[in-house]
Design a protein around this ligand. Sequence first.
Ligand code: PEP
Ligand code: MN
Length: 363
Amino acid sequence: MAIKLDINPIKAWLPGKTDPLLVSGPCSLETEEQVLETARLLAKDHRVHVFRGGVWKPRTRPGSFEGVGSVGLKWLQMVKEETGLLVGTEVANTQHTEEALKAGVDVLWIGARSTASPFVVQEIADVIKGTDSIVMIKNPVNPDAQLWMGAVERVYRAGIKNIVGIHRGFTPFRETKYRNYPNWKTFIELRRLLPNLPVICDPSHIAGKREYLFEIAQKAFDMGMDGLMLESHRDPSVALSDAAQQLTPANLAKLLDNLVIRYENASNPDFENQLEVLRNRIDSIDSEILELLASRVDIVKEIGKYKRENNVTALQMNRWSQLMENRVKTGKSMDLNETFIKILFQLIHEDSVRMQTEILDNE
Ligand code: PEP
Ligand code: MN
């Protein structure tokens, strides 16, 4: 069920902001020079609002660079003082959160691995309680809108109203060109559940590679998202983490120049724009339907081969009537038109039988 939490719009904590929220900075803070040089370059581009940088890094396997630790907080303070940008880092336990708050870090974000664990989220929420922090919550690594929503609620119940969701993609369940599967429908579901939660997109962790950043960033605006988190580094080739997906500040500026920014909220009640956002959502749902159909075809073919080996017919009436009955029932429970579901599954089934017959004939 959709719920209306009294979450602040971004402009409540960024007064005067009219354009989408932009968070940028290195994956990891590495040295004082790297941090300050990157931040200075980013601050010159007045489109960046928040400087990001990982101090404690959650790495999939031990042994890789795990962040500089607390010393990085001092560098964030320097960035804040010198550039006036808001600064943000990831916190994953009580100690991180206490230290970051003490250092005056404005934005605390909860990483994808942490959002997947309600205990961790609660631990962080308990420490942030009563502060005026800005808390950004990445989606959990699995595409579960309820779990994502639950993390938002835990933080909200700790009295925090400056909350932003970050869509960073999901652990892929099959081969994709991206590092993390975008599964836009999970974002659409979160938006349905929490309509007034601002949500930004993190194309860096979805893409995994620089070459895909633009298409994902554009898609995020097409879907009506409220901003972007993009990793940038003064020299990505020597970055200690996520080197392949980071941009130099100059290339970040180029990417931003080419993006078409679309607005969905009521302050821009422009009909064509609204329609475009909705149509883009339809396009992306349709492409997911097609992907699912392709996965179904793979299985149908596998079954065809299995039937051939066992001399079984392509058409099995029992299975077919059961399937139809079940699909119509499920469709009805989702308010889908009965005739439409019947025709749709008749077509799907006919084509499956056609494919299996071809396989049987190819003995
Ligand atoms: C990051 O932002 O650098 C990071 C580790 O992200 P995620 O939690 O999305 O993997
Ligand atoms: Mn990273």
